[in-house]
Ligand binder design. Structure first.
Ligand code: CA
Length: 477
């Protein structure tokens, strides 16, 4: 272990000894997989029913410009845990990613794990006296590498791991239904549903710790990732609803996925009820967001594209935060927020000193949440995806209301004014070349500053081989 890390951990432990952990707020962090910007009622959905989540938003704060750090799973998760851009971590694709040996550009030698040298969010909170529980999808194990067994949630600061393994989706014998084949999770009985069983375990964790020790409940739902599977009664409910549904917003009328959303909503309701039952709801911060966009255009709430794409539907996420008496009820904020921000935000809300050498790319949004202190002055965010997926490899910058996307293969630029054109329909790159050039320069400067890995010309490029190189239309893999 690096000396710097030992020093930081000692510092945090001293904080605990000097100040104690008593009275510190509990943190419930709910990370939904493949969550579209338009999936919840409080973000405009009319087909999906999310009464508990809508109540959470009504009792807390809702953000309209919250972002995932990447358009696919693993980098977005790594950014939340580390407070660092995926580009800085060199962890820039879902694990294990796509290998495209015939593509025009060569993919850099990227990392499939989080370095142990880093002090991650759960490690910082654990040293400060928190109980730390991980539930659900991890997707940060270096598959096939010799040290794979050293990168489970419990190797990165969590006391317990319920469900986390190398999988990016349920791959057990029954997938979303029992048996699940996940570490630390009761396999249940035939018909038991994964989201419910993970919630059982999370509810138990609250029961065990509430009032005894502050806790971080990190619930990283497998849902709403494919394969789409939901309990029969809910599928039937939404099959009925779909018949004759007036679909004015071009929503996804998929009864199975809507059933999954309702199970998620029930899970949130059960967690809130348990916090209330244990008498700790007032001293608990709940944050709910997603790791990347939904897997369908129709889940994006009118934004362009979805998971795996460079446009807003791939990365803009619902974000809801509730802390009774501290975060204003029913408030909406339009400031930009991104995955790396949760780490310093939780430290500040817990009354802990920031660790700026760790969460280098995150800023605390605590002042936005509580209305106390100086609001952050950041108006620029970046994305870096040197990989082929649904999209062609790209980098992007959002600077105020401007968004520029640079496609690495040919240098093609797309420039959008998100204020007048939130759906990114009008590419202004040719009309506003100076703005495009200014943003491109900022994007390039940022890439150097984080030591981003770049693509290189591929000596084995075969122009005729287009399969899976991001030339497809939305919806094609
Ligand atoms: Ca995901």
């Amino acid at each position: 272990m690096m000396i710097q890390k030992v020093g930081l951990l000692l510092f945090l432990a001293a904080t605990r000894l000097l100040c104690g952990a008593e009275g510190k707020p509990n943190i419930v962090f709910l990370l939904v997989d493949d969550l579209g910007w338009g999936d919840f009622g409080c973000y405009g959905a009319e087909f999906n029913e999310t009464p508990h989540i809508d109540k959470l938003a009504a009792e807390g704060m809702r953000f309209t410009n919250a972002y995932a750090a990447c358009t696919v799973c693993s980098p977005s998760r790594a950014a939340i845990l580390s407070g660092r851009y995926p580009a800085r971590l060199h962890l820039t694709d879902w694990i294990a990613g796509h290998n495209k040996p015939k593509a025009r550009l060569k993919i850099p030698d990227w990392k499939m794990k989080l370095d142990h040298e880093r002090v991650l969010l759960p490690e910082a909170l654990k040293e400060a006296g928190y109980a730390t529980g991980f539930f659900g999808k991890w997707h940060l194990l270096p598959i096939g590498q010799p040290d794979m067994q050293q990168h489970y949630p419990t190797d990165h600061g969590f006391d317990i791991n319920v469900g986390g393994r190398e999988w990016g989706q349920p791959k057990g014998p029954g997938k979303y239904f029992s048996p699940f084949g996940m570490p630390g999770l009761d396999d249940g009985k035939p018909g038991d549903y994964l989201t419910d069983k993970l919630t059982d375990a999370a509810v138990d964790f609250i029961g065990q710790n509430a009032g005894k020790k502050p806790f971080l409940l990190y619930f990283s739902y497998y849902t709403l990732h494919s394969p789409l599977m939901a309990p029969k009664n809910l599928v039937e409910k939404y099959e009925k609803k779909a018949k004759g549904f007036e679909n004015t917003k071009n929503e996804l009328l998929n009864p199975v996925r809507a059933g999954m959303v309702e199970c998620l909503d029930n899970s949130v309701g059960r967690l809130v009820a348990k916090l209330e039952e244990m008498g700790v709801a007032e001293n608990t911060i709940i944050v709910l967001t997603g790791d990347n966009g939904g897997d369908y255009q129709e889940t994006s709430g009118g934004l362009r594209d979805f998971k795996g794409w460079s446009h807003e539907g791939g990365v803009r996420e619902p974000l809801i935060a509730k802390w009774p008496g501290k975060i204003a009820k029913g408030a909406t904020r339009d400031e930009m927020v991104i995955g790396m921000d949760f780490y310093p935000t939780f430290l500040e809300l817990a009354g802990l000193k920031p660790l700026p050498e760790e969460h280098k790319d995150g800023i605390s949004i605590a002042p936005l949440l509580t209305g106390e202190g100086k609001a952050p002055e950041r108006d620029t965010l970046f994305w870096h995806y040197p990989h082929y997926h649904r999209t062609k490899p790209y980098g992007a910058i959002r600077d105020g209301n401007w968004k520029l996307i640079e496609f690495f293969e040919d240098g093609e630029l797309e420039l959008f004014d998100l204020k007048s054109d939130p759906a990114e329909r009008n590419n202004l790159a040719k009309e506003k070349p100076e703005t495009a050039a200014d943003l491109l320069a900022k994007l390039k400067t940022w890439r150097v500053s984080v030591n981003a890995q770049m693509m290189t010309p591929n000596p084995n490029y075969e122009p005729s081989n287009k399969k899976g190189t991001g030339k497809g239309k939305p919806g094609e893999k």
